[in-house]
Design a protein around this ligand. Structure first.
Ligand SMILES: Nc1ncnc2c1ncn2[C@@H]1O[C@H](COP(=O)(O)OP(=O)(O)OP(=O)(O)O)[C@@H](O)[C@H]1O
Length: 679
C-alpha cells in the first residue's frame, strides 16, 4: 500500500471533517478564543458539531486508535501495534524503546513535518539566499504551496530521508545538501506553506513581572539529602551558599528579587564547575533549578570578563548560545536569562521557529550577548550571516539528551562544525538534563573537552520524589471515561494531560470541552500563536486543563501544576520522567496518574517498576507481574545495583558519593589524558 493509500485511509469522514474545520473555524480565522473552553452553546457551533464525538462510542476515533491510526507513520508501516518502529509524523513522542529504540529514526520516511508553521522564509528580507555557508537551499523546495496547511503539515513527501524533530523543531535529511532550514519550510520538502507572520508579544518590561516567581515547596529543604556524585578529573569543591559564588552585586540583587535564598544541589555543584571554566554534563531531577545553575555562572563570567556592548550591527557575535528543543522552553530560558541579567549590560535575545524570521533578525541586530534559540532558527540566522560564532565562549545544550539524539544530534553537529565556531578546546560546553542515557552520553564526548565533569544529582533519569505516582490499568476504550472521572474529582486544579499524538490531543481537548471541562491544547500542529495562547490560558488558570503531546513534556515550568495525567503512556521511560516532572517542582508536591494499557504498554512495565521503586512509590502487584513476565525471572524491579541508575559512562573509576550538604565529595575519573579518547 502506498503512502497515498494510507493518506486516503486516514481521511475518514469523521476525522477529516473534524480537524481542519476545527482548526479553520476556531483559529485560522483569527478568532481570539484560543481555547476549547466551550459552553454548552458553543458546542453547537458549526465547526464543532461536525466532529463525531456525539457518537460517543468506540467506532470513530477509538477504532482508529486501536490500530494507532491517528499516526500516519504507523499506517505507512502497516504495524498494528506499537513495537518496532518510530513514527515521525503525527506522534510527537520521542520514540525509543517501545518504538524501536532511540536509534529508531533510521527508518523514518522523512521529509515530514511541520512545513507550514516554519515556512517563514521571507522575501521581504531580501534574502533569496545566495548559497551562504549551507549552499543553496531554496532549490531543494519544489511544488507550490497549496494553502492547505493541515495537509501540508501532516502530509509530507515520501522518501526524502528527513526527520521531523518529534518535539518541535525539524531536521531534514542528513545527506549531502539535504539540510534545509525551518525558515524555508524545508521540513516537508515539497510544499512551501504560507509565510509565517507571527510576531510574539514582547517580554514584560515591569520589574514585578520580570521577577514574578512561585514559592518553593515544603520539600525544598529535602533537596539537601539527595545524593550527589561528581566524576571526572580534579573537580572544584561545591559551594553551599550564594555568597560563596562571589557574584557581582547586580546578580546578587537579581537572585534575591527572584526569591532565591538557597542553592539547590545542582546549583551547588555546577556553579563552581562552570566558574572554574570546566565543561560539564549535569543530570538532576526535574524542577530542581538547572536553568539558574548554568545561567548564573555564565552571567558572572560575562560581567567579569566584559562583553561586546550592545549596538546595532548586521552581524552579531554572541558570547553565549543556548539551545533547547522546543519553542516554549527556549522562551522560558530566555525569560530567566533576562531576569538574571536585569540591570546589566548583557543583552539576551530569543529566536525560535513558528515566528516571523524578520522579527528574529530584528531582535538580533540590536545587540546579542546571549542567544537563546531552537536549532532550526539558529541555523537559519547563522546561514543568513546575522549571527557569527567567533566570540562564542559558552555553548549550552539544555535537555541535552534530546539535543543529541537522532533528532537534533545531526543539527548540533552541524552547529559545532560551522565556520567560526570555536573548537571545543576554545569554548565551554555545558549540558543539562534530568535524563541522560548512556549512549547519548557517549555521543556527547564529541562536544565536550575530554576532561569534562559529570554531576549526577540523585539518580540519573530518576523521577522527582515529590511527585506521587499512580499507575492505573485502563484499557483504551475506558480511558475517556476514566479521564473525566478523575478531572471531575480534581476540580479546578491545574492538570496536564499527555497524549501520544497531535490529533488525539485535539480530540481529547474537544471531548473534554463537550464534557464542560475548560481545556486547551498544545501540540506541533498548532500555530505558534495558538500554542502561546494555550500556554497563557493554562498558566493563568483560564483553562485549568492542558492536553499536550510530548512537545510540552520537557522543561516547562508552570506554577501550580498539581496533576499530570498520562492518558497515553509515552514510548520511553525518560519521556515519562520528563512529563511527570511538570508537577512537583522546586520542592512542591504533585501527582501523576498514568493509564497503563495492557495492549500497548507492557514494554514499559519493567522500566516503570524501576522508576517507581527508585522514587519510593507504591508499585502495583499487577505491574510487577507484567514486568516479570515480560523480562523473565532475572528481573527484579527493586534491585538497585547502583544507587545511580546511570552514571558517567567513563566509569572506569570507583564510585563514591556524598550527601550534598556534607560539603563535597567527588569521584575521580582517571586523568582524561590517559582515558580512552572519544575524539
Ligand atoms: N535556588 C532556588 N531557589 C528558589 N527557586 C529556585 C531556585 N532554583 C530554581 N528555582 C525555581 O525552581 C523552578 C524550577 O527550575 P528550573 O525550571 O530551572 O528546573 P529544571 O531543573 O530545569 O527542570 P526541568 O528538568 O523540568 O527542565 C523555577 O521556577 C525556578 O525559578
Amino acid at each position: 500500500m502506498g503512502d497515498e493509500d494510507w493518506e486516503a485511509e486516514i481521511i475518514k469522514p469523521h476525522i477529516s471533517s473534524y480537524v481542519p474545520v476545527f482548526e479553520k473555524d476556531r483559529y485560522s480565522s483569527g478568532a481570539n478564543g484560543d481555547t476549547f473552553n466551550r459552553t454548552p452553546a458553543s458546542s453547537s457551533d458549526p465547526g464543532f458539531s461536525n466532529n463525531k464525538f456525539e457518537e460517543g462510542d468506540s467506532s470513530g476515533f477509538w477504532r482508529e486508535s486501536s490500530i494507532d491510526c491517528e499516526d500516519n507513520q504507523t499506517r505507512n508501516r502497516g504495524f498494528s501495534k506499537r513495537g518496532g518502529y518510530q513514527d515521525g509524523n503525527d506522534s510527537e513522542a520521542l520514540g525509543s524503546s517501545r518504538r524501536g529504540g532511540r536509534g529508531s529514526f533510521r527508518g523514518c520516511r522523512g521529509g515530514f513535518g511541520r512545513g507550514s508553521p516554519n515556512s517563514d522564509y521571507e522575501q521581504d528580507e531580501g534574502t533569496q539566499r545566495s548559497g551562504g555557508i549551507f549552499g543553496s537551499r531554496r532549490s531543494a523546495l519544489s511544488g507550490a504551496g497549496n494553502g492547505d496547511t493541515f495537509q501540508s503539515r501532516s502530509g509530507g513527501g515520501s522518501g526524502r530521508g528527513g526527520y521531523k524533530g518529534l518535539n518541535e523543531e525539524v531536521i531534514t535529511g542528513s545527506g549531502k545538501n539535504s539540510w534545509k532550514s525551518e525558515a524555508e519550510g524545508g521540513e516537508s520538502g515539497d510544499t512551501q506553506g504560507p509565510k509565517v507572520t507571527y510576531i510574539p508579544p514582547p517580554p514584560p518590561e515591569d520589574e514585578d513581572s520580570i521577577f514574578a516567581h512561585y514559592q518553593t515547596g515544603i520539600n525544598f529543604d529535602k533537596y539537601d539529602t539527595i545524593l550527589v556524585e561528581v566524576s571526572g578529573h580534579d573537580p572544584p569543591p561545591a559551594i553551599l551558599t550564594f555568597e560563596e559564588a562571589n557574584l557581582c552585586q547586580t546578580l546578587n540583587n537579581n537572585i534575591a528579587k527572584a526569591g532565591y535564598t538557597k542553592l539547590t544541589p545542582v546549583q551547588k555543584y555546577s556553579i563552581p564547575i562552570i566558574q572554574g571554566g570546566r565543561d560539564l554534563m549535569a543530570c538532576a531531577q526535574t524542577g530542581s533549578g538547572k536553568t539558574a545553575a548554568f545561567l548564573l555562572p555564565i552571567l558572572a563570567h560575562m560581567m567579569r570578563d566584559g562583553i561586546t556592548a550592545s549596538r546595532f550591527k548586521e552581524l552579531q557575535e554572541p558570547e553565549c548560545i543556548i539551545v533547547a528543543p522546543t519553542r516554549e522552553l527556549i522562551n522560558q530560558i530566555y525569560l530567566e536569562a533576562r531576569k538574571f541579567s536585569f540591570g546589566t549590560c548583557v543583552r539576551a535575545v530569543v529566536i525560535y521557529g513558528g515566528t516571523q524570521l524578520g522579527h528574529s533578525i530584528r531582535q538580533i541586530v540590536q545587540g546579542c550577548n546571549i542567544l537563546c534559540a531552537t536549532p532550526g532558527r539558529l541555523m537559519d540566522v547563522i546561514g543568513k550571516e546575522k549571527i557569527g560564532l567567533r566570540q562564542v565562549k559558552y555553548l549550552v545544550l539544555d535537555e541535552a539528551d534530546r539535543m543529541l539524539d537522532m533528532g537534533f544530534g545531526p543539527e548540533m553537529k552541524k552547529l559545532i562544525s560551522c565556520p567560526g565556531m570555536p573548537s571545543k578546546e576554545q569554548r565551554q560546553t555545558l549540558m543539562f538534563s534530568a535524563t541522560f542515557p548512556e549512549e547519548i552520553q557517549r555521543l556527547a564526548g564529541e562536544f565536550l573537552k575530554s576532561n569534562y565533569l559529570f554531576v549526577a544529582v540523585g539518580q540519573v533519569g530518576g523521577a522527582c520524589r515529590d511527585v506521587q505516582q499512580t499507575i492505573l490499568q485502563v484499557g483504551q476504550y475506558s480511558k475517556r471515561e476514566k479521564l473525566v472521572e478523575i478531572l471531575r474529582n480534581i476540580g479546578d486544579e491545574r492538570t496536564m494531560v499527555f497524549v501520544e499524538t497531535k490529533k488525539k490531543a485535539d480530540f481529547i481537548a474537544t471531548f473534554l470541552c463537550q464534557e464542560k471541562i475548560s481545556t486547551t491544547s498544545i501540540h506541533g500542529d498548532r500555530e505558534q500563536r495558538e500554542r502561546e495562547q494555550a500556554l497563557g490560558d493554562f498558566r493563568c488558570g483560564k483553562c485549568p486543563v492542558l492536553v499536550a503531546t510530548s512537545v510540552a513534556a520537557r522543561g516547562l515550568d508552570i506554577e501550580n501544576v498539581q496533576h499530570v495525567i498520562n492518558f497515553d503512556l509515552p514510548s520511553t521511560i525518560d519521556e515519562y520522567v520528563h512529563r511527570i516532572g511538570r508537577t512537583g517542582r522546586c520542592g512542591n508536591t504533585g501527582r501523576a496518574i498514568s493509564f497503563f494499557d495492557l495492549e500497548s504498554d507492557s514494554q514499559l512495565a519493567q522500566p516503570l517498576v524501576k522508576v517507581l521503586s527508585d522514587a519510593q512509590q507504591d508499585v502495583p502487584a499487577w505491574l510487577e507481574e507484567i514486568a516479570f513476565s515480560t523480562y523473565g525471572p532475572g528481573f527484579s524491579g527493586n534491585a538497585r545495583g547502583n544507587v545511580f541508575a546511570s552514571v558517567d559512562t567513563r566509569k572506569n573509576y570507583h564510585g563514591k558519593s556524598s550527601l550534598n550538604t556534607a560539603g563535597f565529595s567527588s569521584t575521580q575519573a582517571p586523568n582524561p589524558v590517559d582515558d580512552e579518547s572519544w575524539d
